[in-house]
Ligand binder design. Structure first.
Ligand code: HXC
Length: 518
């Protein structure tokens, strides 16, 4: 054998060993937990044959606690670059088979390298997390590594899409990198995120709780909103990442890719003409409207289980990516509360940062009243949504389907807060409040003074109010909405509006950064 072929053989063997991470036994243990290895995950995520691995031979430099006895090539993370649907992405996948994926200083250097490359080259950065947190043996070095990763998360925010997928443990300060990224996914039953685990919770507060209840995927998808997606299994999570990316541009200087459709632009849907019930207090399903107006009925919902009174997600309209925000009359009558405001505000800001036009479907009776909401700062949280819409410079098309009452009407992308094209269905009621509430305020004295005729006075004044405000025409007469449209034509009208607005350029005053009401 020549020296060169010997060298090549050594390389092949060293690569093969590195690919085994912590070794076959640990790979088996990983599989036994229902989890894939870092490399298996990347294989499912990336286009076949597209993965280019970096830093396969990087080793940790720690000598404490006997760490110098073993130096696995690559340490506990696999990093590199590949393509998804032919588009470049940068990736890192923590390898639980090496020291439980715990973060060493060298691992953080590997992760920072792909973060830097993603930012420099204008491509999304995707992290697959499966780690025991800071590598305990490395002490402050491991913490420093986290700081350097967070710094890059922050600098890349709003420039390239950043996606985190939690596929195992993610505890302590390690949770903050995912929290700083645009989208977090978790895998049901095998992943969890919390700042302090069940044992610490018990010793500090006495509360007894298991990992799943404390920080499992279902909890974070429905209660805290920390995760945007709760996947059934790892494959589902990786497919969701691919699907999500298909709606997003590579960076904030580009637009999202065009998606061919055979769905006609002028497809009408007669069912929409009767979807709003005659009784204004009766609910209907907003998903029916969304499914009807978007291309091929395909809608990728974000935060599906969280604050279900508002719906947010991505769709295509005539091939162009749009962000949909819609009140859901079926849940809490579509009212805006703290969580709904936070959820929608974050989504609106993401779309604005990445040049994705917003389509807003309004049926909102107002903000949720009560001490719980006031003490929880509904004022500040509602202001987030108001702020997000007000600062957004992407094209904004709004359709008021039914109720658009009070401050909630203003918040939901109204014309006077930089809405571009605002339509209303004939069933729209755009007013300060609903008829019952208004009459009770305006005619309280008259009603009290004449108890015998109270009901008649109430009904008469209610009819008067409804005649004036329970329709879209007062707003239309004043130009507060641009047109009253037939519901069945909504798809066509929204697409035409978006096309009109496709060249929109709007500036905001120069500033260091804004002061969003956090
Ligand atoms: C070093 C670690 C480690 C860590 C796990 N391992 N976590 N090594 N530092 N943080 C090692 C284990 O010693 C073990 O090595 C191997 O990884 C697999 O771990 P197991 O415990 O056998 O696996 P499992 O039973 O599945 O339990 C996984 C786990 C548990 C729940 C993650 O290992 C655990 O609780 N680890 C500690 C978690 C933690 O407290 N991390 C610090 C969080 S604070 P061997 O060789 O025995 O197989 C933090 C601060 C970040 O991260 C601050 C950022 C600002």
């Amino acid at each position: 054998m020549s020296i060169q072929s010997d060298n090549i053989e050594k390389l092949v063997q060293r690569r093969a060993k590195a690919r085994l991470g912590g070794g076959e036994k640990r790979i088996e243990a990983q599989h036994a937990k229902g989890k894939l290895t870092a490399r298996e995950r990347l294989e499912l995520l990336l286009d076949p044959g597209s993965f280019e691995e970096f830093d396969m031979f990087v080793q940790h430099r720690c000598t404490n606690f006997g760490m110098d006895a073993s130096h696995p090539d690559g340490d506990g993370v696999v990093t590199g670059c590949g393509t998804i649907g032919g588009r470049v992405v940068y990736v890192f996948a923590q390898d639980f088979t090496v020291s439980g994926g715990s973060l060493s200083k060298t691992m953080s250097e590997k992760i920072c390298k792909v973060q830097d490359m993603a930012l420099r080259n204008g491509a999304p950065c995707i992290g697959l997390n499966d780690s025991g947190g800071a590598r305990i043996q490395e002490g402050i070095d491991a913490l420093a590594g986290y700081g350097e990763i967070f710094e890059r998360n922050i600098l890349a925010s709003g420039v390239i899409p950043q996606i985190s997928c939690i596929m195992g443990p993610c505890a302590g300060g390690a949770v903050y990198s995912p929290a700083l990224t645009d989208f977090t996914l978790m895998v049901k039953n095998t992943s969890y995120m919390f700042l302090t685990g069940p044992a610490v919770v018990k010793s500090v507060t006495g509360e007894v709780v298991d990992q799943e209840q404390l920080g499992g995927a279902s909890v974070h998808a429905s209660k805290s909103g920390v995760t945007h997606f709760a996947a059934e299994d790892e494959k589902d999570a990786l497919e969701t990442i691919k699907n999500l990316l298909s709606f997003l541009p590579q960076n904030n200087m580009e637009t999202a890719p065009f998606k061919e459709t055979s769905d006609p632009v002028n497809r009408v849907d007669d069912a929409l003409n009767s979807i709003v019930p005659d009784n204004p207090n009766k609910a209907y399903d907003m998903y029916g409207v969304i499914g009807s107006i978007v291309d091929d009925g395909i809608f990728l919902e974000v935060h599906k289980e969280f604050a279900k009174n508002i719906i947010v997600g991505f769709a295509h309209m005539n091939g162009r990516s749009v962000g949909i925000v819609a009140n859901q009359p079926k849940v809490l009558a579509g009212v805006l509360d703290i969580n709904a405001s936070r959820k929608a505000a974050r989504f609106v800001r993401f779309c604005d940062a990445f040049n994705i036009p917003l389509v807003t479907l309004v049926d909102v009776p107002g903000f949720l009243p009560g001490t719980q909401q006031e003490y929880g700062a509904i004022i500040t949280n509602g202001a987030k949504l108001l702020y997000a819409y007000g600062e957004a410079t992407v094209p904004k098309v709004t359709v008021t389907l039914r109720k658009g009452y009070g401050g909630a009407h203003i918040v939901m992308s109204c014309k006077q807060l930089r809405g571009d094209i605002n339509y209303a269905w004939p069933s729209a009621q755009i007013a300060v409040m609903g008829a019952d509430g208004a009459v009770n305020v305006l005619y309280a004295k008259e009603i009290k003074a004449d108890p015998e005729n109270a009901k008649a006075i109430f009904e008469e004044k209610k009819a008067e109010y409804e005649e004036l405000f329970s329709n879209p025409y007062q707003a239309a007469q004043k130009g507060y909405i641009d047109d009253v449209i037939e519901p069945r034509n909504t798809r066509f009208r929204v697409i035409r509006a978006l096309e009109q607005l496709s060249g929109k350029r709007q500036e905001i005053p120069a500033k260091k950064h804004d002061n969003l009401p956090l």
